[in-house]
Write a protein that binds this ligand. Structure first.
Ligand code: ATP
Length: 366
């Protein structure tokens, strides 16, 4: 992948959006600030109702912030109506014109802009090729599959060459296999066009596989922004750790710390080295997270960090999850890839020990 430039395409500065008034007031966005770089595949990830669509609608100009501002390449876009913004949107529902052909749908935005016919034809042909729909250009969009409609919606949104493309859960209507295909396809389109994509999803796996960076949202706030690996390996808060992937939580007390690593005494009496977020000074009682693939099961309980009884073994095809009831009562999951050598051979009911891999434990911010 070529290096992404550091210029910001969009800057959201202290933006709030309040709906309703009095008792029924809802802060859909609460002082949100985030910068989205040019040519970036940026994802807003969070559960239903966290404010993702609201933020997209403000960037598109379908609605206005209650406070704060949104800059496009450094310019405040508040005075620009949606059609004057170099921003286009792909909706979950696609919003295609069913009575029009694939080609006419793709050319629609350009017609509205009053572009010359020859330019429209050339651009439509280019877009048909980009989304691999050349052979269906004369079909009505009511006569093509859901996956094909999705491609047409993308081509139509890309045709006017927007600087920023907003995508609001565009894959949610597709079945699992098609969805996986379109994830790769979308990534390719972003890469080939170099357009900044702002993608909304509540699906953490989708966010991890597609994005250059992810903003994790909850209750109208952005909790953490980072590359997929940062967010997964170094979640800063409990919500982020819990929402993205599976996580084990253990309570403990900080006994000492130096250069980004703390020694934490767990309830089991064992001490572990745990990293912690930047600009955070852990002390006293803390929560430690350990991803299930960063822990190992061992038979020799005396050498373990925590121990318990193997309660359940769940087979997932590619990997197996071992559910351990810890001696202190908490649950802990250890995950092994099934292809990994040295297969685990513990039976349900066995007494097992668990050790953490180096760098496997992290402290969350309060
Ligand atoms: P989903 O994934 O379900 O689409 P979301 O994260 O996109 O959710 P938003 O649609 O942005 O969430 O909604 C954020 C909050 O604002 C919710 O509590 C929602 O009910 C509220 N909300 C959104 N639009 C309006 C509106 N026009 N009037 C009143 N409340 C609204």
């Amino acid at each position: 992948m070529p290096d992404k430039p550091d210029r910001n395409a969009i800057e959201v500065v202290n933006v709030s959006k309040i709906f309703g008034s009095g008792e029924g007031q809802v802060a859909a966005l609460d002082k949100v600030s985030v910068s989205i770089r040019e040519n970036e595949f940026f994802t807003l990830l969070g559960p239903s109702g966290c404010g993702k669509t609201t933020l997209l609608r403000l960037i598109a100009g379908f609605d206005f912030p209650s406070a704060g501002e949104i800059l496009l390449y450094g310019q405040d876009i508040a005075p620009l109506p949606p059609f004057k913004r170099p921003v286009n949107t792909v909706f979950q529902s696609y919003a295609l014109f069913p009575h029009m052909t694939v080609a006419d749908n793709i050319g629609f935005g350009l017609e509205m802009l009053g572009k010359p016919k020859a330019e429209i034809a050339a651009r439509v042909a280019q877009m048909l090729k980009l989304v691999k729909m050349e052979t269906l250009s004369n079909r009505r969009t009511s006569q093509i599959s859901g996956g094909q409609q999705q491609r047409v919606a993308l081509a139509r949104a890309l045709a006017p060459q927007p600087k920023v493309l907003l995508l609001d859960e565009p894959l949610s209507a597709l079945d699992y296999k098609l969805r996986k295909e379109m994830q790769i396809e979308l990534k390719r389109l972003q890469h080939e066009t170099g357009i900044t994509f702002i993608f909304v999803t509540h699906d953490q796996e989708e966010a991890l596989t597609m994005s250059d960076r992810i903003a994790v949202m909850s209750s109208g706030k952005i909790l953490q922004v980072g590359a997929p690996r940062d967010i997964y390996d170094r979640p800063a808060e409990r919500f982020v750790a819990d929402f993205i992937g599976e996580t084990n939580f253990l309570e403990g007390t900080v006994v000492s710390k130096k250069s980004g690593v703390a020694t934490v005494k767990l309830a089991s009496g064992a001490t572990v080295a745990a990293g912690f977020p930047e600009n955070f000074d852990p002390s006293g009682a803390v929560t430690v997270v350990v991803r299930p693939e960063h822990a190992d099961l061992i038979a020799d309980v005396s050498k373990s960090t925590v121990s318990g009884t193997l309660a359940n073994v769940v087979y997932f095809g590619t990997d197996t999850h071992y559910h351990v009831k810890l001696d202190g009562g908490d649950n802990f999951i250890v995950r092994y890839q099934n292809s990994r050598s040295g297969a685990v051979t513990f039976e349900t009911g066995a007494k097992v020990g668990i050790v953490f891999e180096d760098d496997g434990a992290r402290i969350l911010r309060d």
